[in-house]
Design a protein around this ligand. Structure first.
Ligand code: DGY
Length: 323
């Protein structure tokens, strides 16, 4: 029977089938002890055949070297940039992730961030909470209308496409997308147009990031590319913090660029108390809650467990990453 280590508390009922088959699952008690530290992660993973990992766990050569029995890493996220896949491939370790089950939740969150930024909802709520609101004013908290806007999607995979559909349906938005491959469904259903990065940034009122973090997308938005954006553009990032060069973003914000920025992800996470990014009224930062709905998190838990179970039984996992 296999030993499985899970680095954070997930939905406990998802372990049932693994437990019934006699596997031992140990979960790090993050709720009482906080995030697992590196050395404890390595020592806890050492004798395991399965690992359930989070996007905050660095899975690299140093760790894998010490886990000779490891057969499967089941990542509780769709993104897996925290895992050195060259190193897992070399060792024949199966890596799985959780696509599909969190698509709608993450697109919804991007959509919520967009409306919150455009209509200054958090600033307005804070004003009421702090008893600063004096009464209805014709010019109070004027936002940016999203009707008929051009929305640029960077990374038109499942989540980006779902977000594009929401914007097209809700605001009659024109959709531009930046992607390696053509998306015939987006083009036929939403009349979306494939664009190169510069064209997309220059023409979009809203830019939403949905690409995985890779060598190609790391710091994709830097001083040069960010300066192509319209001066009153809204940028939404629910992908990974590292896709944007934050220092360059801060510099442009200081120069008065951008209507607003909505960030579910930052570099690092959490941002230090002193981060300048927190000082801008028009930057809304939330704590990486893209997939945080009860349904998505339950489905993610079920999927990570099923993937482990299948690999331990020499069956194909449901959602392997492709090497
Ligand atoms: C993921 O699954 O990669 C998301 O970032 C979680 O919100």
């Amino acid at each position: 029977m296999a030993k499985i280590f899970c680095t954070k508390t997930i939905t406990e009922s998802s372990f049932k089938s693994l437990e019934q088959k006699g596997h031992e699952i140990v979960t790090w008690d993050d709720l009482n002890k906080g995030p697992i530290d590196r050395q404890t992660l390595i020592s806890s993973a050492k004798d395991c055949e399965g690992l359930i990992t989070m996007l905050s766990d660095k899975i690299d050569e140093e760790l894998l070297e010490q886990c000779p029995n490891l057969k499967v890493i089941s990542q509780y996220a769709v993104g897996y940039n925290n895992i050195d896949t060259a190193a897992t491939k070399k060792r024949g370790i199966v890596v799985t992730n959780t696509p599909d089950v969190l698509t709608h939740a993450t697109a919804e969150l991007a959509f919520a961030l967009l409306i919150s930024c455009a209509r200054k909802i958090v600033q307005a709520a804070k004003n009421v909470e702090e008893d600063k609101w004096k009464g209805w004013e014709p010019k109070g908290f004027l936002g940016k209308s999203l009707k008929d806007t051009t929305v640029g999607i960077i990374g038109a995979g499942r989540i980006g496409s779902s977000f594009a559909k929401m914007c097209h349906g809700a605001f009659d938005s024109n959709i531009l997308y930046y992607s390696r491959t053509k998306k015939p469904d987006l083009e036929s259903d939403l009349d979306a147009k494939k664009a190169d990065l510069k064209e997309l940034l220059q023409n979009s009122d809203v830019i939403s990031l949905h690409c995985p973090l890779s060598d190609e997308t790391k710091l994709l938005l830097d001083k040069e590319t960010l300066s192509y954006c319209k001066k009153d553009a809204i940028i939404i990032n629910t992908a990974r913090g590292e896709v944007i060069n934050q220092d360059d973003l801060i510099e442009l914000l200081e120069q008065g660029h951008f209507h607003s920025i909505g960030m579910d992800v930052t570099t690092p996470e959490p941002l230090p108390h002193s981060s300048k990014l927190k000082s801008f009224e028009n930057v809304l930062i939330i704590p990486h809650i893209g997939s945080a709905t009860e349904t998505a998190r339950k489905d993610m838990s079920d999927l990570v467990c099923k993937n482990i179970e299948n690999v331990l039984e020499n069956l194909s996992p449901l959602t392997p990453i492709t090497y």
